[in-house]
Write a protein that binds this ligand. Structure first.
Ligand SMILES: [Fe+2]
Ligand SMILES: [Fe+2]
Length: 457
């Protein structure tokens, strides 16, 4: 095993080293790639993937450390380290072309310390299909701790800012800018960790968590849209402050359960204009951010409030915040509505597409959250119940899940992360598959902290 492992990595290193000296088509580049491909084949007789990691300065393939370092191996490790790749996974079905392109990616990428999602999207663009990169488990849980901290900072800021406004003080826009920058960085670094936190819904203090959630969801969409950094920050700040105008309404009106009277609804309708006025007094706020706050209820079909003049051009970013706002509101339990599951919310939003919501953005939201958004409860073919803890690597394939209930419905002592690609030894097919979603209300209640624990485990 050890020598077979060393052989695979040595071939990769040799090809990479020669690529620095010869053109990509040269036999000294091409032959080691073919050799590597041949040497990988026997490993896939009894497994579906092979993990190559760098741990404490040592290269480790499937748990076997490689101590005999040749110069080409050292170069290989140095490239992985420089680009910021802690783990590389070779999947069953990996082709010579995949390996060749991956080696070229290592050779040609000049940037250092790239975030994992960026590396993933670059490899996808290069056409590498059966080699994936991933953060090590340790780093993922660190990411989660960091994401929690960042979410907490944003929440504190919103609480402070909204209270300030209620007391007639104008908050400093520099602080909103700072927390949104932090959140934006975290969305790029580990979107799953940040999106998982939007599952936090606080029934009593709805507006605070809602504000942070809308900001995170808007940032995720802004990133998928490929907006520039300053545009992303602008959209994120708009998400964070979109309902700041509600501070000017009576508290019992905001908290009122049940349907509003016509007069009460007229009062609520003032909050976008109120918000626009407040942002006008804050420092460090982009004009477009202010416009988005004013326009977030205008609706895609222009039938919302404040009613736009016929010649008024609605900022496209207002539709982004509107979609995020709608999704977070639907997935939150309110005194007058039960919480929809993420999938139900997306279904409802599909019906609103082209009416109140921009159809392209509803589609984008669905794409960016995946078929099974983080937090969705699913039933497996084993009759176990699990929660989705992460989107699939590279955006396709199976999501990451953790089992919460065994086949008899008994809760596990701790959520158990399982790999949906793990094969059943007798049939070779995956041991566990998702057969459908589960209505969380039909199930023994799972606390949000239980779900978050599963996600961060
Ligand atoms: Fe609003
Ligand atoms: Fe809102």
């Amino acid at each position: 095993m050890e020598s077979a492992v060393a052989g695979v990595v040595r071939s990769l290193g040799a090809s990479l080293k020669n690529l620095g000296l010869y053109p990509a088509t040269h036999p000294l580049v091409r032959t080691p790639v073919e050799k590597c491909h041949t040497e990988l084949a026997p490993f896939f007789a009894d497994r579906t993937e092979l993990a190559l990691t760098v741990s404490d300065g040592t290269l480790v393939l499937e748990g076997v450390p490689i101590f005999q370092l040749t110069s080409s191996l050292e170069l290989f490790m140095a490239r992985l380290g420089a680009i910021g790749l802690p783990a590389v996974i070779f999947e069953h079905g990996v082709s010579v072309e995949d390996i060749e392109l991956f080696v070229r990616f290592l050779h040609e990428t000049r940037e250092q310390g790239l975030p994992i999602p960026e590396i993933k999207s670059r490899l996808a663009r290069w056409g590498v299909t059966h080699i994936r990169v991933t953060a090590t488990d340790e780093e993922e849980s660190d990411d989660f701790t960091l994401a929690r901290e960042i979410y907490g900072n944003a929440l504190n800021l919103v609480v402070r800012a909204l209270k300030d406004v209620r007391h007639g003080k104008i908050p400093d826009g520099v602080e909103s800018d700072r927390v949104v920058r932090e959140m934006s960085g975290m969305v790029s670094r580990n979107r799953d960790a940040m999106l998982a936190l939007t599952l936090i819904k606080n029934f009593d203090e709805y507006t605070y968590n809602h504000s942070v959630n809308v900001s995170v969801l808007s940032l995720a969409m802004a990133e998928t849209l490929g907006l520039s950094e300053s545009e992303r920050i602008g959209v994120g700040v708009a998400g964070l402050l979109h309902d700041v105008g509600k501070t000017q309404l009576a508290l019992d009106l905001i908290r009122k359960p049940g349907t509003l009277t016509v007069d009460e609804f007229e009062e609520i309708k003032k909050h976008p204009e109120e918000g626009f006025a407040i942002l006008g007094k804050m420092t460090c706020i982009q004009d477009s951010t202010r416009a988005v706050v004013r326009e977030h209820h205008m609706r895609f079909d222009r039938t919302g409030y404040p009613r736009p003049d016929p010649e008024h051009r609605i900022n496209s970013h207002s539709y982004v915040v509107a979609v995020a706002d709608c999704y977070d509101a639907l997935t939150t339990m309110r005194s007058y509505q039960k919480a929809q599951t993420p999938r139900q919310a997306l279904e409802i939003m599909r019906k609103l597409a082209g009416k109140s919501l921009d159809p392209d953005l509803v589609e984008l939201m669905e794409r960016s959250l995946g078929v099974y958004p983080v937090g969705t409860m699913v039933r497996l073919n084993t009759m176990e119940v699990a929660v989705v803890t992460g989107t699939p690597d590279g955006g396709k394939g199976e999501p990451k899940v953790a089992i919460l209930f065994d086949r008899s419905g008994n809760p596990l002592a701790a959520p158990q992360g399982v790999d949906l690609k793990e094969p059943d030894p007798s049939s070779g097919r995956p041991r566990r598959t998702i057969i459908g979603t589960v209505n969380p209300l039909m199930h023994p209640p799972v606390s949000i902290s239980g779900v978050l624990q599963a996600i961060s485990a």
